[in-house]
Design a protein around this ligand. Structure first.
Ligand SMILES: O=C(O)CCC(=O)C(=O)O
Ligand SMILES: [Fe+2]
Length: 365
């Protein structure tokens, strides 16, 4: 399928060419543009304690701290759908290594070499080097002409189940890249499983509830690279969306640019070097019958610095059916229709997330 000329255009190439104005396909509609003067976390909120997503100490999962941690997680999930964790058991050096490896690939590997790893632009979430998230062909009723492109390049890695993991498809540069990504994938999987346990418990469900409902976990790691942008006020690094799967674990470098929507306000998430941001995704919202909402987020760009983030997604298999937990429906009626995860993914990639429109289409009332 021909996806349009921009499909092969890398944002990094545009940025390095020194364009002084962003090309029209990257200009957001006025209501989606970031209000750069007013979007810092502290300017428009007097209540400082609730102005950024909470930072929760996991005390390395010590059993005698579990009640306390569970309670904090429940509160954060209700108020934000996202929270930072510290004392999570992942060495800070591994967080630093994966950011350094990603940055080295994007900054030092020449674009023609990077293009050898290009993802297939005509299938969903295909592994490799890419620039556009959505799959909109010219035959699509949602129409190529209406799509605004993100100011971002990325590399997507398929890491679990192990049958999908093939490091020879990942960058060969820097030399330890593949080993670091594999180690990072393993550690994030363990952490995601422990967090799903705590999140389940925080709802009064058995610890294994979410993991059992999700079934075999599919994990993808996306390293996003946002080059400097000459007109950050007109663009987004990544459009507003909620993630599709169960939970996402995100780290970012110290530049900053991730924003979360909270009470209708875009809040900039400060980079915390040894913390990991946990983002609830749409299948968790469905399973919890809306008790916990997936977090709507986006990335903004800036004129002077490139920015890097590493998002690790944990999703159900395509054939898995997801529905609200019966234990949570007993108290209120079901709020969401059951969905086959693969159908949810196709709709997300073809229509576009448009904030949370995709999950809203499953609402029963
Ligand atoms: O770059 C970021 O901070 C956000 C990345 C993200 O939301 C995603 O990859 O889904
Ligand atoms: Fe995301």
């Amino acid at each position: 399928m021909e996806v349009g000329g921009e499909a092969m255009m890398r944002v990094q190439a545009l940025s390095e060419a020194g364009v002084s104005q962003v090309p029209p396909p990257y200009i957001q509609l006025p209501h989606n543009r970031p209000q750069l003067k007013f979007n810092t976390s502290s300017t428009s909120n007097n209540n400082q304690s609730s102005s950024i997503p909470p930072v929760i100490d996991l005390f390395n999962f010590k059993p005698n701290c579990r009640d306390l941690v569970r309670e904090s997680i429940g509160r954060a999930c209700r108020e934000w759908g996202a929270f930072h964790v510290t004392s999570h058991g992942i060495p800070t050096s591994l967080l630093d290594h994966i950011k350094a490896a990603g940055l080295s690939f994007f900054k030092h590997c020449p674009i023609p070499d990077k293009l050898k790893y290009s993802c297939n632009p005509s299938s969903f979430a295909s592994e490799g080097y890419g620039s556009r998230m959505l799959l909109l062909g010219k035959d699509d009723p949602h129409n190529e002409g209406n799509v605004v492109l993100d100011w971002r390049d990325y590399f997507d890695h398929h890491t679990f189940p192990l049958s999908r993991r093939n490091p020879s498809r990942w960058p060969h540069f820097p030399p330890d890249y593949r080993e670091i990504v594999a180690m990072y994938a393993d550690q994030m999987m363990t952490l995601a499983q422990k967090l799903m346990g705590l999140i389940s418990e925080s709802l009064g469900l058995r610890s294994s509830y979410i993991e059992d409902a999700v079934g075999e976990l599919y994990q993808n790691i996306t390293i996003s690279y946002y080059p400097p942008c000459p007109q950050p006020e007109l663009t987004l690094g990544l459009q507003s969306h909620s993630d599709m799967g169960a939970i996402t674990l995100l780290i970012q470098d110290d530049v900053g640019g991730l924003q979360l929507l909270n009470h209708n306000r875009w809040v900039t998430v400060p980079p915390l070097s040894n913390a990991i941001l946990v983002i609830l995704a749409d299948q968790t919202e469905i399973m919890t019958n809306g008790k916990y909402r997936s977090a709507q987020h986006r990335a903004i760009t800036n004129a002077t610095q490139s920015r890097l983030s590493v998002a690790t997604f944990h999703d159900p298999a395509k054939a898995t059916k997801i529905s609200p937990a019966s234990e949570l429906v007993e108290e209120s009626s079901p709020q969401y229709r059951e969905v086959v995860y693969g159908d949810y993914v196709s709709s997300w990639y073809t229509k576009g997330p448009d904030g949370k429109r995709n999950i809203d289409s499953l609402l029963l009332n």
